[in-house]
Write a protein that binds this ligand. Structure first.
Ligand code: AMP
Length: 189
């Protein structure tokens, strides 16, 4: 299965993506995780991405697209994948379409985790305290939400038009949410 998971920062997308990818047996590709690994390792990509991440802004499309293109070309993606945090802009949707159309295999489903925004802010504040992520200060959290609603939320309408969107409530405990997602995908856990 070739899947995308979307949702505002703090919707629990990363946690769900791990569970879902494992249940389906496809690689979990998180652009945020790849960027963070590069930041920790001090690679040129990490150096480039860090300032954007710390400000709650998106890393430029050309940088992100090239990184995803390389990752999807790896052998383990041949049987499908779960993209977590990509695409996030209309330009990235176009790029993903072109990456996949050359192999004549498009995205099959786009899962949107829906949450209430106050709950999201609380989750992010909690995570900030636990993990000390440098992009989880209060101002940055607000900016990340703004950027999501400006640039990424509109993609759901586009995927809905294509008949690919599956909306699942991201509220509640992890197992309940993953149960709903897997049921919506027709996968028995
Ligand atoms: P995430 O862990 O998915 O919330 O991503 C953390 C940060 O990485 C984001 O706030 C962005 O700065 C950057 N990032 C991750 N994915 C993308 C993307 N598809 N496009 C641009 N920036 C991204």
């Amino acid at each position: 299965m070739r899947l995308v998971i979307m949702g505002p920062p703090g919707a629990g997308k990363g946690t769900q993506a791990v569970v879902i990818a494992e249940a389906i047996g496809v690689p979990h590709i998180s652009t945020g995780d790849i960027f963070r690994a590069n930041v920790s390792a001090g690679t040129p990509l990490g150096v480039q991405a860090k300032a954007f991440m710390d400000a709650g802004e998106y890393v430029p499309d050309d940088v992100t697209n090239a990184m995803v293109r390389d990752r999807l070309a790896e052998a383990d993606c041949g049987g499908g994948f779960l993209l977590d945090g990509y695409p996030r802009t209309l330009e990235q949707v176009g790029e993903l379409d072109s990456m996949l159309s050359s192999a004549e295999v498009g995205v099959e489903k786009v899962i949107e985790l829906t949450v209430d925004v106050d709950e999201v802010v609380n989750r992010l504040m909690g995570r900030s305290a636990e993990q000390g992520r440098s992009d989880d200060g209060e101002d940055v959290i607000r900016r990340r939400l703004e950027v999501y609603f400006e640039s990424t939320a509109p993609l759901t309408a586009l995927y809905a038009k294509r008949g690919l969107l599956v909306q699942v409530s991201g509220m509640g405990v992890v197992e309940d949410v993953s149960g709903r997602v897997l049921a919506a995908l027709g996968v028995t856990p």
